[in-house]
Structure formats: C-alpha cells, structure tokens
Design a protein around this ligand. Structure first.
Ligand SMILES: [Fe+2]
Length: 209
C-alpha cells in the first residue's frame, strides 16, 4: 500500500512542492541527538525486515560500520545520521513521501523500481508527453545530482546538512542523498542519467546500504 500511494502521487509537481515546503529548513531547530531520539517514535512501514523503531536501526548501522571501518569516523557518523530525515513522518508527511526506495521523476518510470508493474497506472506523469519518455526533462548522462528524485528522507537530510554547512566528506553526503535509490545502486538501472562522478561514488553507496 505504501508503494501504491507513493507511485501514484509522487509526480514532478508533487516533488517540487515538497522542495518548496521543506527545502528552506525553517520548520524547527534541534540538535542531532534530539532528532535521533524522535526516531524512537517511528517504525518504517516500508521495511519488511524491521519492526522496531528507526533509532535502533541508526545505532546498529553505525556500529556495523565501526567494526568494518574503525579508521573512518565520518563514515560511522553517516551510518548514525542517514535516516534522520524520517522525522518528516512525525510532522504530518505520509510515509509514502518519507520512506522506501526512491526513483527519478520527470522521466519514464523504469521496470527496476519495486512493484512498478502494477503501481504507476494512476500516476498522471505516465501520460505526460515529456515526463513519460526515456530521458524526460534530462540530458543524457546529466548526473544524478541534477535529477529530481521522488521526495523522501534522503534528499531532506542532504538539504538539512547542506543548510547547516556540514563538513562530512563528499562521499558521505552522496551516500546520504542516494542510499534509497535501489533501482540504481542495486538494480544497475538509470545508467543513461549517470555521469562519471556517479560511477565513482557507486561503490561507496553500495558499501553503505
Ligand atoms: Fe534510509
């Protein structure tokens, strides 16, 4: 149901609205630990493996990375922070606009997207003369940073960190921004929109997810 709603209502116009609503980061001011604690109140309904609050997942991920990469403190930090954007779900955003796999809007929805065979039929962008084409509004190999992704916690946290002039290295910021883009990092799809930087960052995102 989460994906049916997501794939019905995530359109170019919807994503632009959410960028306008959340992008200026003027909702609330809080510390990272306060935001993490809020995730005690959230169970991600899109995750079939997890039925405990998201804050546990953050600590587990950070600990896993610490064991594998004891020398990379910024990487451990990314593990701890990466899902904090889900606090939008505690501030009136439906889960289908917060959690789950992400995908580009403004171009054809590809088969690599989970449940795509049945869930996009009521999405108006599938009948749009430009948005329904292979490249849609994008130039070939324009780079994922220039692609409008479905709205969710990845892009939101990326924007919050940028807004706060966070000094996490570029690889970490990239992991935060694209860790839910499964059709790309796991499905191997959307190569036609990727540039050299995306290829360089791919192993990092794969290492993380
Ligand atoms: Fe996530």
């Amino acid at each position: 149901m989460t994906y049916t709603l997501m794939h019905t209502y995530q359109t170019v116009d919807f994503v632009k609205e959410k960028h306008a609503l959340w992008g200026s980061c003027n909702h609330k001011k809080m510390t990272v630990m306060e935001a993490l604690s809020l995730l005690d109140n959230l169970v991600d309904e899109s995750d079939p493996d997890v039925d405990f609050p998201n804050s546990f997942h953050a600590y587990q991920t950070a600990e896993g990375i610490r064991m594998a990469h004891p020398d990379k403190d910024w990487f451990q930090l990314v593990g701890l922070l990466h899902d904090i954007g889900k606090i939008m779900a505690l501030d009136n955003e439906p889960q289908w606009a917060v959690v789950g796999d992400t995908f580009p809007v403004g171009c054809k929805f590809q088969k690599s997207i989970v449940y795509s065979d049945t869930t996009y039929k009521d999405n108006p962008d599938t009948r749009h003369p430009v948005y329904s084409t292979e490249y849609g509004i994008y130039e070939p190999n324009c780079g994922l940073e220039n692609v409008l992704m479905s709205w969710g916690h990845d892009e939101y946290l990326y924007r919050v960190l940028k807004f706060n002039q966070c000094t996490i290295p570029e690889e970490g910021m990239y992991m935060i921004r694209f860790h839910s883009f499964y059709p790309w990092h796991t499905g191997g799809d959307y190569q036609h929109l990727c540039n050299e930087k995306d290829q360089k960052m791919l192993p990092w995102v794969r290492e993380f997810k």
